[in-house]
Design a protein around this ligand. Structure first.
Ligand code: EPZ
Length: 428
């Protein structure tokens, strides 16, 4: 099995450039369904999830030209199906992002019900409730969602019970051709939502308020294909900047907008790190001991849940105790159990993780619980005593392009290796 092995104690410092945002690129790809023709996406991350979304689009008839590893030309002229099968949704739940585009283009969609994942049930009830308000009828049977809008989609006001990123995106895309005006209240405000709204408007949509809690979409008759650059990945950036706060040596990250990490950078400073804006990104380092700092994850502009594991890695080495509260997902503390194998002292009580700082980590074998937890375990290995072997690294490959190469370029002693699967199921 493939693992990432990292030897702690080496100086990790320098500059890396992050890729386009996974959590934008996947939705931009889905949105091309709504603009028959060739849309060119640049700054696309070369990651497993993008490859799966490519399969989803090809499965309904799109043609994709890989101009280079970061540029895709997606031709949706000949898209003639509105079904996304289970095996693709099971591979990546973000495949449900085609629901809105398929309804907009065909007035119908068949999408496999997404299963849960390691961090939670990942339901889509808010997507369904909101779309029903726009005139979509749903039937769920044999694990598939059958959606149809026999009388077309009609704009209305939808108030989300939680600022769900996915629900906001599907509703925004489903409203583009709806009759009249749709208002999404309590909308998610993530930068990736703004990136999607920007591209849809470049295509001819009339969307206002993206990035605020109230998004208004005035229905138009058609969209035309465009060229669009994916926004920089703020979570990949935050993951590498956390290294500067972790080891203390400066790490500079380029290719993203620091304003998209506002609260994260302020929390790094509260934890004793220094943050300096540079052209095209920012630099983080630390000259003082790590300070315990309470964290509550919330929808943007709150502290991002996708940075929770990375910041827990830092706080586990702070001088004192603090509490991390996870308000977005119901089961996103499995990273804590793995970090405890490395010597961290963390007590989980429901949505709270009480973190008692320890002097250091001890390298050992650990397993990636999810995409961000896996990356954070590699970060812990950078400062652990001895060798840390991280398995289940397919999670990391879903969202980090060239993770090992980028860490090596900063001086880390890290490599991908293939080791016998000791846990393989063998007859007695
Ligand atoms: C997106 O997931 C991201 N994924 C996640 O990133 C990110 O953690 C999350 O937004 C929050 O920022 C992509 O964009 C592909 P939500 P999404 O809808 O859209 C519940 C990563 O590591 N909920 O905002 O699924 C849901 O279960 C991934 O890159 C419902 O109950 O997030 C969760 O507990 C992980 N019903 C909470 O709301 C619904 O209909 C937030 O979900 C929808 C969501």
């Amino acid at each position: 099995m493939d693992v990432i092995q990292v030897e702690g104690g080496h100086r990790v410092t320098g500059e890396v450039r992050v890729e386009g945002a996974k959590n934008s690129a996947l939705k931009l790809m889905a949105a091309t369904i709504m603009a028959p023709g060739v849309t060119t996406l640049t700054n696309v991350p070369n990651i497993a999830d993008v490859h799966v979304m490519g399969k989803v689009l090809k499965n309904i008839g799109a043609r994709i030209e890989v101009v280079n590893e970061h540029e895709l030309r997606i031709d949706t002229s000949s898209v003639d199906s509105w079904e996304t099968p289970y095996h693709l949704v099971a591979q990546m739940r973000a495949s449900t992002a085609v629901l809105g585009p398929l309804l907009s283009r065909f007035g119908r969609a068949v999408v496999a019900m997404p299963g849960g994942c390691n961090i939670g049930a990942r339901k889509i009830d808010m997507h369904i409730l909101g779309l029903e308000a726009l005139g979509v009828e749903f039937e769920v049977e044999h694990g598939n969602i059958y959606a149809s809008a026999p009388h077309g989609l009609v704009g209305d006001t939808v108030t989300l019970s939680f600022a769900s990123v996915g629900a906001t995106e599907n509703l925004m895309m489903a409203s583009v051709f709806a009759k009249g005006v749709t208002t999404i209240d309590n909308a998610a405000r993530e930068p990736e939502i703004v990136d999607l709204a920007n591209m849809l408007n470049e295509m001819g949509a009339k969307i206002s308020g993206a990035g605020s809690p109230v998004i208004e979409i005035e229905g138009v008759s058609e969209l035309r294909p465009v060229e669009h650059r994916v926004v920089g990945d703020r979570i990949e950036a935050g993951t590498f900047l956390a290294i500067g706060a972790l080891t203390g040596d400066p790490v500079t990250v380029l290719g993203f907008d620091p304003a998209h990490l506002g609260l994260v950078l302020r929390k790094f400073e509260q934890m004793g790190a220094s943050v300096e804006r540079v052209s095209g990104g920012c630099r983080v380092w630390r000259e003082r001991p790590l300070v315990p700092t309470d964290i509550q994850t919330l929808p943007f502009p709150g502290f991002p849940t996708d940075m929770q594991a990375q910041v827990m890695c830092l706080l586990a080495l702070a001088k004192g105790s603090c509490v991390i509260t996870e308000n977005v997902f119901e089961n996103r503390f499995m990273f804590a159990s793995e970090l405890s194998r490395m010597g961290a002292d963390i007590t989980i009580e429901g949505h709270h993780a009480i973190v008692h700082g320890v002097d250091g980590f001890s390298g050992t074998q650990v397993r990636s619980p999810d995409l961000r937890g896996g990356a954070a375990l590699v970060l812990a290995g950078l400062v652990a005593d001895g060798l840390t072997t991280v398995s289940d690294i397919h999670h990391i490959d879903r969202g980090y392009e060239g993770f090992v190469e980028k860490l090596s370029s900063l001086g880390a002693c890290v490599e991908r290796a293939s080791v016998p699967d000791e846990g393989a199921d063998e007859p007695l």
